[in-house]
Design a protein around this ligand. Structure first.
Ligand SMILES: Cc1ncc(COP(=O)(O)O)c(C=O)c1O
Length: 442
């Protein structure tokens, strides 16, 4: 196969849409709630709202505050609302970013440059985060030249703060904690980590990308949520994604700082360009206005009551699923998850094969490793299909071969192989090759 080139003659509008629609045919049917992650679903009403709102500003560019003051208003309103949900006060500031990865990237960049200013003796900065932290940390550390030291978690799958303390060296500049962790849905002991950060005069970033728009509402509903936000002294910065539990299209997150003195290390400005003085808050140059409008729309449309109602549905679905899974003799939920994300595993059956067989029935459940488990990010829409999911799980699980079986589907065998490779650099190499092959040009 050669490269695909630009068609000489354009297609008809009808053919364009027929093709686009046909591309979707092998995708997961997420509208039916059969996906547990990647898409956060609040139902058709919210989906229509965000589509219409983003269409209204689809072409506008958030690069220029002069040209589009509407976008500045919407993004500052959105950040302000998230600050108010995150225990911030009049001093707290933040920025609108393209996603959790960019938010974490900006926080680490700010911390690195703050440390250059505050601790000029440190030439090779380091950070300490628990192993359950999202790989966006590893990615940011890799890009920014910060060494990452990863520490074990305790049996309850939350950060082991004593291990974090032991991992601090004379070059450490930043600690990280998460609320809630992607692999298992836990809130790390942020108060303890913050006390350590304060004692050692280190920056602390709390990654609330996943929990930032869910935990505040679960708390208002009476759930016990450990303190994790700016109400905890010692928290320097936080990230919270709108494109997760605020149900917007992808490309919307926030990064927040306790005050302007910390955020100034995030901002880039170049004053000598012939195209004019160039300054941006975050990584991106041109930025999509549609996402800012979608975020503004959903926060104002749902309001506190709407978010609480959705949080209640998502938590009820989570509790139903956890109870149903724990009642099955072959399966168990890992730990005691704090919100609407959890993982389940098995000591008896091959969990990856279970995922493959559930996929044959249309359920898409992502595989995890170290230890092997399956990932469940639960959305409000899952409440109505939780029983159906549990029925299928009860039917399929007894047919799945044992954990150490060699008789596995191709997908399950690949996950089992990757998760058990003793040389992790080989697993990494495999992943690089996989991506390199997947995004080939034809
Ligand atoms: C806890 C946590 N942090 C960071 C991220 C990265 O977010 P994004 O994929 O929006 O870049 C995720 C994504 O799931 C996450 O769950």
């Amino acid at each position: 196969m050669g490269q695909i080139s630009l068609p000489k003659k354009g297609m008809t509008r009808e053919d364009v849409f027929n093709s686009l629609t046909s591309f979707k045919s092998d995708d997961v049917k997420w509208h039916e709630g059969q996906l547990f992650g990647l898409v956060y679903e609040a139902g058709p009403e919210v989906e229509e709202l965000v589509k219409e709102a983003s269409a209204l500003f689809l072409i506008e560019n958030g690069l220029s505050p002069m040209a589009f003051p509407s976008l500045v208003k919407m993004e500052t309103d959105v950040v302000s609302i998230v600050i108010s949900l995150s225990g911030g006060d009049d001093e707290t500031v933040g920025s609108f970013t393209s996603g959790g990865t960019e938010s974490i990237f900006m926080a680490l960049k700010a911390a690195r440059d703050w440390a250059r200013h505050t601790y000029p003796r440190i030439k090779e900065p380091e950070m300490v985060v628990p192993v359950t932290a999202h790989p966006a940390w590893n990615k940011a550390a890799h890009y920014l030249g910060v060494k990452i030291n990863m520490t074990a978690v305790k049996d309850d799958l939350r950060a082991d703060v004593a291990a974090m303390k032991n991992a601090i060296t004379k070059n450490t500049i930043i600690l990280g904690g998460t609320a809630v962790t992607y692999p298992h849905g836990m809130v790390d002991p942020i108060e303890e980590i913050a006390a350590l950060a304060e004692k050692k005069n280190l920056w602390l970033h709390v990654d609330a990308c996943l929990g930032g728009l869910m935990l505040p509402f679960l708390k208002r509903l009476g759930n016990e949520i450990p303190p994790y936000d700016f109400s905890v002294p010692g928290v320097t910065s936080m990230s919270a994604d709108i494109h997760k539990y605020a149900y917007t299209p992808k490309g919307v997150s926030t990064v927040m700082y306790r005050n302007r003195d910390f955020r100034k290390f995030q901002i880039f400005a170049y004053a000598d360009w012939s195209g004019g003085v160039y300054a941006t808050p975050c990584l991106a140059g041109a930025r999509p206005g549609g996402n800012m409008a979608a975020a503004w729309a959903v926060l104002h449309y749902l309001g506190e009551e709407g978010f609480m109602a959705l949080a209640q549905k998502a938590r009820a679905a989570t509790e139903k699923l956890i109870k149903g899974i724990n009642a099955m003799p072959q399966l168990y939920v890992l730990g005691d998850p704090d919100a609407t994300v959890f993982a389940f595993g098995s000591d008896e059956i091959n969990i990856y094969e279970l995922s493959a067989r559930m996929a044959e029935r249309g359920w898409h459940i992502e595989a995890q490793q170290l230890p092997p488990s399956l990932h469940m990010t639960v959305s409000p829409v899952h409440l109505s299909i939780a029983d159906k999911f549990l029925d299928d799980l009860r039917r399929i699980t007894p047919e799945v071969p044992p954990a150490d079986s060699q008789d596995l589907s191709e997908q399950a065998a690949m996950y089992a192989m990757l998760g058990t490779m003793p040389d992790r650099s080989m697993a990494r190499e495999f992943a690089v090759e996989y991506i390199n092959n997947l995004y080939r040009v034809s």
